[in-house]
Ligand binder design. Sequence first.
Ligand SMILES: [Zn+2]
Length: 300
Amino acid sequence: MTRPIAYITNSLVRHSAERDPEAITNAVANPWTAMVVLAGDLPILRKGEPGTCLLTAEILGRLPAHQEQVFLGTLNDRPVVATLVAPEAAELFQDDPVFTAVDLRSIAVRGLVPEEELGMLAMAKSLLDWHRRHRFCANCGAPTQPAQAGFRRDCAACGAQHFPRTDPVVIMLVTRGDKCLMGRQPRFPEKMYSCLAGFLEQGETIEDAVRRETFEEAGIRVGSVRYLASQPWPFPSNVMIGCIGEALTDDIAFDGEELEDARWFTKDDIRRMLDGTHEDFLAPAPIAIANHLIREWVKE
Ligand SMILES: [Zn+2]
């Protein structure tokens, strides 16, 4: 069975209207509350088949003082609080029989928690990471304080309010009849090719970003663009906007810096890459939206 795209399932009910100053204190005092804990970048999981990232507040007793706390919302009426502790705390669980600290990519690849928890972990990681990197006001440089149960940081010195950021990235499968365009970056695993992608710039539509990035990276002109699906990508806080673009030209040109190769693949190539029987090429990882884009395209 094909696993769904990682990080897209998040059953959490967000309580944006109830993010009052007591929301976190009340939730932490409630023994029913679920704790999602990250030691730096690493979520702490209770081991199992699968395990879970939903812990009880008792875990906090084993950890150093928290650096940040956020009230994420409720899951089946159960309040959920995300807590950030120092990265070194991960070492406490190195040989623990019950708990473990694992990076979020491996959690998705190895299916260490149910799919439904991956979206929540992505949310917790991006939000806590934002707090960690935004302790000072971008406007005046004074220290900022968390507000709105962790969904804002305020500057008392100049009055500025800072909101968590999400950085949009367009990722596109560019097609021309029975073939599609993919490239490989030097950092990719050997033989792996994937969809082209790039950050959406200010004042730019998603369609234009798809056209610009494809031309910059591979020299191919793109005409019509349609949206297919999106994926939160918490490394650290992107949203991947998956599109299919129609190529207007055939001749590929790349500079060898961003991409070390780019080429056209037939549907037969793609099918064999997906089932792992292609001798020369590998498909993008199943947790990535690029895998979903090519999978959908070969069905057409
Ligand atoms: Zn300020």
